[in-house]
Design a binder for this molecule. Structure first.
Ligand code: ATP
Ligand code: MG
Length: 565
């Protein structure tokens, strides 16, 4: 059974999103010699999350769709927070999502070119060294309706600026002692033009360039130029960069002006970020959850990270399907977590191998079934895909069923097991409940039933109908397992908009560990990671699961139990 046979359905006909329209327009107009080049530019300061998946599906997806190329650009301009661990994780996650980059680029590859460009700006009188503190600089920025105040260092002589810029990179100066600012317009209505800081001192080893640099370019100074150096045509990012776009263009203008540089230029386009209910997307907060051990690492199945979703049992197709469902617009929104789960259910319904597992077991004894006897039956692996075949299950006298599937004094509409009531045991027999045994506290410890030998599933004449069908596992033919049930990580819908510290907003019931579960052996043997525990939900083996200690994670329940709440 190949994965492709599990395609949920043929690609859906849908209209073009606005970025696709722009790309089609540009290609039709023959811009950039018909070239399409994008980049996905993560900063390697954390693991990728579902929001990045949205950017990845755009950057890589659009290049794929229109025969272009998308490079992976590691935006490594701040050695304080960056690490090669993150670089490797980023690569893994992009590949897992099903994309391949043209080449890997690093903003740090351009440190020399960016430095030279900064020197050029100084020489042209368009940049100066400011020795004020960041607080002073911020205080002089003004407001959108009120002009800023010039720095006392704004008209420093060029030679002095050049000498000080060298000094910024010498390692002699403490961080924050001076910065390089572009000299543009302190009264510009766009605040980003009010002499933006373009270089600062960071006295820390860089994971690629070591101790070569001490002066590091700021995002706005590195990003557009990196796009230009690489030949990016469409630089796609999220809406918060809209006000940065004029500055992006300004730097490219300065870079190209009067020089014999290649005649192309990148353009920036912006779409809305993905924000998801009941979680956070900020890498700073996600990092805090990890380092403070509030979750079990970046890939904790409750995390909105791509590796977390993978460990939770999402397929890459489910993640991509969700991104397709929410689409790309120019308006920020809060996306419903239930939609992500709906995408997972749709995908897993087509993909998951059906097995039996009992999470809250109580013993069921078939009193008229001979002791020591057992028999094998066929169970369909996936009713949505005949090619997935069947596997064998074993029936015997002593079974485990769910505690909730038996009730001594049951209401009328209870179609599960009750004294004198009949139910079908899935893929096996119809049984009639004859009673139960309780301990001193009144807890049911055993349930009794008699089976009807003529009712075995598949036998001629066995199509007698009863209302309820229960899942079960044979007590002597099953495996013990731990099962982890996950719920929302946060108990408020929009933690990012809450004044309280995000740690206080964590859902105390986001993880429930069940240690006394039983699964049929096939659940541990089957090659596919995507399982459905019948009547319960979709599950996958955790990365720490071993044959000696099976651990399953619930990906998502069978039904939406959240929207109703
Ligand atoms: P943080 O601010 O938490 O560090 P970031 O947005 O700066 O996160 P980057 O590594 O710089 O993270 O992001 C890489 C790319 O992914 C950028 O193009 C960014 O616009 C995009 N991206 C990040 N978060 C989202 C999101 N929630 N939705 C869509 N795209 C996103
Ligand atoms: Mg960023």
């Amino acid at each position: 059974m190949t994965e492709s046979q599990h395609e949920i359905s043929a690609p859906r006909e849908k209209s073009l999103n606005f970025i696709e329209q722009i790309v089609e327009r540009d290609l039709a107009a023959g811009l950039n010699d018909g070239r399409l080049q994008t980049r996905f530019p993560p900063e390697p300061n954390g693991y990728l999350h579902i929001g990045h998946a949205k950017a990845i599906c755009m950057d890589f997806g659009i290049a794929q769709k229109y025969g272009g190329v998308c490079n992976l650009r590691l935006d490594d301009t701040n050695p304080q927070k960056e690490d090669t661990e993150y670089v490797e994780a980023i690569k893994d996650d992009i590949r897992w999502l099903g994309f391949e980059w043209g080449k890997i680029c690093h903003a740090s590859d351009y440190f020399q070119q960016l430095w030279d460009f900064a020197v050029q700006l100084i020489r042209e009188g368009k940049a100066y060294i400011d020795e004020q503190t960041s607080e002073q600089i911020a205080a002089q920025k003004g407001t959108p309706t009120q002009a800023g105040t010039d720095s006392p260092f704004r008209n420093r002589p060029i030679e002095e600026n050049l000498a000080l810029f060298e000094k910024m990179n010498s390692g002699e100066l403490p961080e924050g002692s001076m910065v390089l600012r572009a000299k543009i317009d302190m009264a510009n209505p766009n605040m980003h033009f009010r002499d933006p800081i373009i270089y600062r001192i960071i006295n820390k080893e860089h994971h690629r360039t070591g101790s070569r640099w001490k002066a590091y370019p700021m995002y706005d100074f590195a990003h557009g130029q990196s796009d230009y150096f690489e030949g990016v045509t469409h630089s796609i990012c999220t809406l918060e960069f809209v006000p940065h776009r004029p500055l992006y263009d300004w730097f490219i203008d300065q870079l190209k002006e009067g020089k014999d540089l290649e005649d192309h230029r990148p353009h920036q386009f912006e779409f809305n970020r993905l924000n998801l209910t009941y979680t956070v997307m900020s890498k700073r907060k996600l990092l805090a959850l990890v380092t403070e051990k509030l979750v079990d690492g970046w890939d904790d199945p409750r995390m909105p990270t791509i590796c977390g979703l993978r460990r939770r049992g999402y397929s890459p197709e489910a993640v991509r399907r969700f991104i397709e469902m929410i689409g790309y617009t120019k308006f920020d929104a809060l996306n419903d977590y239930a939609m992500l789960e709906a995408a997972a259910r749709e995908d897993l319904n087509a993909r998951a191998q059906r097995v039996s597992a009992v999470l809250n077991p109580v013993k069921l004894i078939i009193t008229n079934y001979p002791e020591g006897q057992s028999e094998e039956m066929e169970a369909v692996n996936n009713p949505e895909c005949a090619a997935d075949g069947t596997h064998t299950i074993t029936f015997s006298r002593e079974l485990w069923i769910e505690r909730e599937d038996f009730m001594e004094d049951a209401p009328k509409k209870y179609f599960r097991m009750r004294p004198d009531g009949e139910v079908r045991l899935k893929n096996a027999y119809i049984v009639k409940c004859t009673g139960c045994k309780k301990d001193e506290e009144g807890n049911v410890i055993e349930v009794y039933a008699e089976y009807d030998p003529q009712s075995r599933s598949g036998l001629p004449g066995a199509d007698r109908r009863v209302k309820g069908t229960l899942h079960w596992v044979s007590a002597n033919h099953c495996l013990p397992a731990e099962v982890r049930l996950y719920d929302r990580l946060f108990s408020v819908e929009n933690p990012a908009a809450d004044e309280r510290d995000f740690r206080e907003l964590l859902n105390p019931e986001s993880l429930k560990v069940l240690t006394n579960c039983y699964v049929e052996p096939y659940a541990a043997e089957v090659a596919s990671p995507y399982l459905q525990f019948q009547r319960i939900g979709y599950f996958t083996q955790d990365k720490h699961s071993t044959p000696q200690h099976l651990v399953f994670n619930r990906t998502v329940g069978l039904k939406d139990g959240w929207t109703k709440k």
